[in-house]
Ligand binder design. Structure first.
Ligand code: UGB
Length: 603
């Protein structure tokens, strides 16, 4: 059927002949029409089939399924079919937690107990196009007082959970919590390098597994003809398929069965740059365990039009209901189409009535495995072609199928227990997604989701947690960096092992301690107690585990001042430019406790 291909058949291995036939059957003859006689570009032709083999094996059901799914979704898109046809949205009810109250404290305890039975999965295959940062996002500093990157914070938090959980149930417990990172070709090498060059930030290398997602083939037209790479005619153009790939990768890795045999119960998924997330993990896991949720999504109050999905109850005309994320670009049209003429708008509380999905999912392992046995991890997909005109016959550029990890519940039976947990934004959510220019254009009152706001949110959360624990923390000042007005609280940070739960903070903070607004306080060490410390300046405390340190008295020095940095100032490092400030370290007190026993800093 394709003479140029027939003439090259002798170059192909038997399985490649099969792949070629499959492509021809699926209407992909254009992929070969330009092929010259054997002897010309033979290596490139073989390379083409290497790529086809990869694309075929990395998609559930292979390329046939991919092309057929694409034809159907493209036809639906052309016909203007609404994926939510027949569904009416309404506001769902879930668990709403209040930081620091008795319920919160007991849920945290329940969560810590369960943590040793968990596995953590970080989806970090995205390039962060909206942020426009050149490196991988998990290598960015979470805050620049200590300069620790997101990945370090995540590993240290998981290790802290592991230790606390083991201690709670049994001193001899040796459990190692598995940590999986999903990477992509865009992020894989740099992620491995970051881990290796930092000795896995203290985690045992065998605890960490990397699963790399493959990109999927691009589609050139409504007939789902695969697009050739514009600069390389023996290569199919590819683009990311989305974070939904994590389910099929986990399924095919065999890890889920292994975890089950080890007695694990929970799989926690999270995203690349939320520096506050681990403040929410213990209590949210506690909710899953006490409520028996098969699926628990973490949510925060959402401002209308904010670029986070809305958790919505959908009721179908046939009576089916589900509680699911409706992505931010679809919530407004869905509401308008179902009798809400104002679309995605705030209610009297000043927030959208639909809680914001922060894409932190806690799945119960047993039911998760059962579901994946049926679906092999395939997740409901969508396509978003940009058409050249209203006839919808041609695309401005090639498109591809996409999928999202939070769509996992869409295939679950109605009997599945799907819930969600809402927490305060200040405590649980501060992603770094937007570049300074876009962040400065965010409507007033909506969150910036920038490197500036992401760092300031850490200081605010830690200050508020210490306040709740009884310390006197000065009010913030308001300042503007990279065109974004933010609250600047004292720069307080601590290692995860110091303040894993509210209870653990409260036990170490006594009422008469105080921190002034211009101060910075860094606590590295498990048994450091604030007992009447009055800080006005910068104090860094490093203590080994076996040291018990009491901080008392008045510490005063010139401290670290905040300098404004313009994001266009290329003499500064990109990590600094995108946040719009840096610290000038004028004066500080740094104390190191490296010996066992009780110590006291009485300044
Ligand atoms: N990611 C991958 O690992 N692979 C991919 O192919 C793509 C992404 P974005 P998005 O919580 O703030 C999500 O781009 O997709 C990783 C939710 O869909 O940062 O626009 C990537 O590395 C949305 O409902 O976010 O929006 C990153 O870690 C809302 O909850 C993660 O996937 C929003 O996040 C998310 O990728 C939010």
């Amino acid at each position: 059927a394709c003479p140029p291909l027939r003439r090259n058949l002798q170059l192909l291995a038997p399985d490649e002949v099969g792949l070629a036939k499959m492509l021809l059957n699926e209407g992909q003859i254009h992929l070969f029409e330009h092929w010259p006689e054997p002897g010309v570009d033979d290596d490139k032709k073989r390379g083409f089939f290497d790529q086809v083999r990869r694309l075929n094996s990395s998609y559930p059901g292979g390329l046939v399924s991919y092309i057929q799914n694409a034809k159907k979704l493209l036809a639906d898109s052309k016909a203007g079919k609404n994926p939510y046809d027949g569904f009416t949205p309404s506001v769902p009810s879930g668990e709403v937690l209040t930081f620091g109250d008795d319920n919160f404290v007991s849920l945290e305890a329940a969560g810590i107990k369960e943590a040793r039975n968990a596995a953590f999965v970080l989806v970090a295959g995205g390039l962060g196009e909206r942020l426009g940062y050149k490196g991988i996002k998990v290598a960015l500093p979470r805050e620049t007082t200590t300069g620790k990157c997101f990945l370090q914070h995540y590993l240290e938090s998981i290790l802290a959970l592991q230790e606390a959980s083991c201690k709670m149930v049994d001193e001899g417990c040796q459990t190692k919590i598995p940590f999986i990172i999903m990477t992509s070709d865009d992020t894989n090498a740099l992620t491995i390098k970051l881990l290796e060059s930092n000795s896995y930030f203290g985690m045992e290398p065998s605890q960490v597994k990397i699963l790399k997602q493959e990109k999927v083939a691009c589609l050139a037209d409504n007939d789902a003809r695969l697009a050739l790479d514009p600069s390389e005619k023996y290569k199919i153009q590819t683009k990311p398929h989305g974070h939904g790939d994590v389910h099929s990768l986990l399924y095919s890795s065999g890890l889920l069965e292994q975890w089950k045999s080890e007695g694990r119960k929970w799989v926690l998924f999270f995203q690349d740059t939320n520096g506050l997330l681990f403040n929410a993990i213990p209590s949210a896991l506690g909710v899953s365990a006490t409520k028996g949720y098969n699926v628990n999504s973490l949510a925060v109050p959402r401002k209308a039009k904010e670029a986070i999905g809305g958790i919505t109850k959908l009721t179908h005309v046939d009576g089916r209901t589900m509680v699911i994320n409706v992505e931010y670009n679809q919530l407004d049209p869905l509401l308008r189409a179902t009798g809400h003429p104002d679309g995605d708008s705030n209610c009297e509380t000043g927030y959208s009535p639909y809680p914001g999905n922060i894409n932190q999912l806690i799945l119960e392992l047993g039911p998760y495995i059962e579901e994946l046995k049926k679906t092999h991890g395939a997740i409901s997909e969508f396509v978003n072609p940009k058409y050249t005109d209203s006839t919808k016959t041609a695309f401005k550029s090639s498109t591809r199928l996409e999928c999202m990890m939070q769509d996992y519940p869409k295939t679950l039976p109605p009997s599945a227990k799907v819930g969600f947990t809402v927490m305060d934004t200040w405590l649980a959510y501060a992603p770094v997604k937007n570049n300074p220019e876009d962040a400065a254009k965010v409507p007033k009152g909506n969150p910036y989701h920038s490197a500036t706001s992401g760092e300031m949110a850490i200081y605010r959360a830690n200050s508020l947690i210490l306040r709740k624990a009884g310390a006197q923390i000065a009010d913030p000042i308001v300042d503007t960096f990279n065109g974004q007005e933010v609250e600047v609280w004292p720069r307080i940070t601590w290692s995860p092992r110091w303040g894993l739960t509210f209870k653990s903070v409260k036990e170490k903070v006594h009422g008469n301690s105080s921190v002034s607004q211009r101060s910075a306080l860094v606590i590295n060490g498990q048994h450091v107690f604030l007992e009447g410390l009055s800080l006005d300046g910068t104090l860094i405390v490093n203590a080994i585990d076996e040291a018990e340190v009491k901080l008392t008295g008045h510490v005063q020095n010139k401290g670290w001042t905040i300098q404004h940095v313009d994001y266009k100032d290329t003499s500064e490092k990109e990590e600094i430019r995108i946040r719009g400030f840096k610290f000038e370290k004028v004066e500080q007190l740094e104390v190191n406790y490296t010996e066992l026993g009780k110590h006291s800093l009485s300044a």
